[in-house]
Design a binder for this molecule. Structure first.
Ligand SMILES: *[C@@H]1O[C@H](CO)[C@@H](O)[C@H](O)[C@H]1NC(C)=O
Ligand SMILES: *[C@@H]1O[C@H](CO)[C@@H](O)[C@H](O)[C@H]1NC(C)=O
Ligand SMILES: *[C@@H]1O[C@H](CO)[C@@H](O)[C@H](O)[C@H]1NC(C)=O
Length: 263
């Protein structure tokens, strides 16, 4: 009877260890030693089963963890997708921003350039209006000039739109500060025989003028005025002067220089 009960309790895996065919069990009796052996086997089996259960439990945990991770994969993928699309949005926004900024930059620089050009033009028109008349008439004082000297014109009679007349007054050099085409007229009076002068641009001769011819007799009776003219284009800082090429005694009041811009 007992053997039958144990049979039920034992798992099938251990069934092969159970020898019902062994002698002594035929009459239904279990000897002490056999009973002990059987108990050992059962205890051993329980231990092993516990271990297996533990192992299975661990496996289950691992599988659960894996499942947790696996179940998170779609979430991670979704997050990744969201992140990706957000990145795309940010990128496109930054491109939009750049476009917008470059548009504003462009239009700002365009406006600035237009304004600048307009202002420049206005200034030029204003300047031109202000300096439409550029002219001066200045006269020499009674002085003796040696050959190879420049006649000064300290007495400004009229002046329009010229800022720099001091050089004309102090060393006889008219200095151009408004470029253009100029007409120069000089008339110099002296009584010295063979007196001559030049109208010069940048110290290069433009026109020779003989004032007094060769004469004989009383010098006082031989006053002459020699007039010369020249048309010349003057750039900024070009100079015009009246250059004595003989000894000349200049007569005050009769010796003047006029310079004016034609165009
Ligand atoms: C699996 O995730 C759930 C909640 O998401 C958590 O409660 C559980 O402890 C996790 N299991 C393991 C084995 O990490
Ligand atoms: C701004 O100007 C640059 C070059 O001048 C041009 O390549 C760009 O397309 C312009 N941007 C806009 C928004 O007009
Ligand atoms: C004036 O000076 C120049 C050079 O210095 C000379 O060639 C010329 O002969 C002089 N003229 C007279 C009239 O002395």
């Amino acid at each position: 009877m007992v053997g039958v009960i144990w049979l039920f309790l034992l798992p099938t895996t251990f069934g092969f260890l159970f020898e019902l065919t062994t002698p002594g069990s035929l009459n239904g009796e279990i000897t002490n030693s056999r009973y002990n052996a059987l108990l050992d086997i059962i205890i051993e089996e329980r231990k092993e089963r516990k271990q297996i259960e533990q192992y299975i439990g661990q496996l289950e945990m691992e599988v659960k963890k894996l499942t947790n991770i696996t179940s998170k994969i779609p979430i991670i993928l979704k997050d990744f997708e969201i992140l990706h699309s957000e990145l795309h949005t940010v990128q496109s926004k930054s491109t939009q921003f750049e476009n917008c900024c470059s548009y504003y930059r462009n239009s700002t620089s365009k406006i600035t350039m237009t304004m600048l050009n307009r202002i420049r033009n206005d200034i030029m028109v204003l300047e031109d209006k202000q300096t439409k008349e550029i002219a001066v008439t200045a006269c020499a004082t009674g002085d003796r000039y040696n050959n190879n000297s420049v006649i000064r014109f300290p007495n400004i009679r009229t002046s329009y739109g010229i800022n720099t007349l001091t050089t004309l007054q102090t060393n006889g050099k008219f200095t151009c500060d408004k470029p253009g085409l100029y007409l120069i007229i000089a008339s110099i009076m002296t009584h010295l025989s063979d007196a001559e002068y030049q109208i010069r641009k940048n110290e290069n001769n433009l026109v020779y003028v003989r004032i007094v011819p060769r004469f004989s007799g009383d010098q006082i009776e031989n006053h002459h005025t020699g007039t010369g003219s020249a048309v010349v284009f003057l750039s900024l800082r070009d100079t015009i002067d009246i250059h004595a090429v003989t000894d000349i005694y200049i007569h005050v009041g009769y010796s003047c220089l006029s310079i004016f811009r034609i165009h």
